[in-house]
Design a protein around this ligand. Sequence first.
Ligand code: DGL
Length: 264
Amino acid sequence: MAIGIFDSGVGGLTVWQALQPIATEDIVYFGDTIHIPYGDKTPEQLFGYFRRIMDFFVQRKVSAVVVACNTMSAVVVPRIGPNPPLPLFNMIDAAVAQAVPVTKGRIGVLATRATTESGAYPRALKNAAPDLEVASQACPKLVPFIEAGLLGGPMISDAVKEYVTPLLQAKVDTIILGCTHYPLILPEIRRVAGNGVSILDPAEQIREDVARFLEGRTPTCSPGSCRTEFWVSGDPWRFQSLAQDILGTAIPPVQRYSGAGDGW
Ligand code: DGL
């Protein structure tokens, strides 16, 4: 058995990295790279991609799926009802569990346009703690920059300033990285936000949630020695090269999932 993880592209690698110390089953990673960026897509499009990705994971016989994508967690997961085809871990529940105990009352959320427009973060946060003030900021430039391999430099710096400044003006004490791509530019976000603001990566909470799930199962490998199969819907070479740049280490050859063709 294995654990599935998916995202539109390399953002899910930040969650994949967080799982390495606790993984006791192999991992199947899927990057839906032909549909990047998810943040620009409609709920109907995202729903269609999600269904096909679930079919892929059912075929790969995974035991659970980490939705390593806030956009899918915000837009699709709340609409699929209580009986998903596989047990799911989603970023929004993880972020809320992590943020509520640490905030002093004002939370900022950096996210994609689709996540921001869904209202999922303010809804979930206020559900957990009704007195919270929540400021949301859509960051449409960031995922295309990161997927182009831009993790620093003046363009990232200007975009981060543009997106973080309104949250600082709203006097937030905590910022949720509400897109799994954003931890890849954490140093820049931290630099602009300053030391007085806590910056949360929900992958840390996902690690705890998945560890609890795995504790109830028979290990098939030990942490550090579990393998990952990487799959994408787009160009495997492109993904492999960017992933290796980001991780600073080689990954196994990336495979293309042919069910994820142009008919998607
Ligand atoms: N990394 C994803 C998220 O957490 C998707 C970003 C995108 O493709 O726009 O929202």
